[in-house]
Ligand binder design. Sequence first.
Ligand SMILES: [Zn+2]
Length: 253
Amino acid sequence: MRHIPLLSRKRRTGVSLRLFRRSASLLLLLPAIVLTAVQLCAQAPTAYTAKELLTTDPRVFTGWLETHRPPLVSPSQKARILETLPSKGEITSLDDAGRQKLAALKQLLQATDRESGYEVKVTDVAYARIVVFERCVILISKSALMLLDAEDLQALAAHEIGHEYFTVEYASAFTSRDHRRLKDLELLCDAIAIVTVHRLGMNPARLLGAVEKITRYNQKLYPTRIDGTNYPTIAERRSFAHRVTAWLQRGLV
Ligand SMILES: [Zn+2]
């Protein structure tokens, strides 16, 4: 199991108790980001669409990621959010493999200067999924933790924290049912994840590998629960990821 190198790079929720229950539907339905955090003053992205992203200089985009990063949720706000979470349904007793994977995930958060901003929790949910709740809690279902190896988990976490940049836009698109824009934002978060793992010396291909593992698992066991309304297809994501990787390499970021 290879962990990411620790670089010196600078760098209210009426939560239902169902969140952690075995049949928890909230985790299944929860969008990849939480829509109540609309007070966040995210600025308009430089790369407005995934397509436009590839026409920019990768160095400009990576610079934008540094300068436009939204502030982390404050410790007091995070504490309040954590208090709203139910105690039931969280898995706190993990085996060695599970603990090592979470340690790798925390390395990713540390390497991206987000360690203090996020709590990581494993939920007793069979559907494989990772989501960020209220911009400060990473929820990992037990099946996702089982399926993914450490680098998969790191790459998917990089995608999830990429949503930080688009909180307002995502909420707006979700409210207006702009499925096209929601899909585009997913691709942009894939791009952020690829940039992130690339800069940390990891293999960018891990992102789509992890997405495919989770998708195949859920398609096999929960075919009726799959809802691709707001998500690009695997083929679209893979195609875009290839283009992003080539774009990065051309830019020598
Ligand atoms: Zn996403």
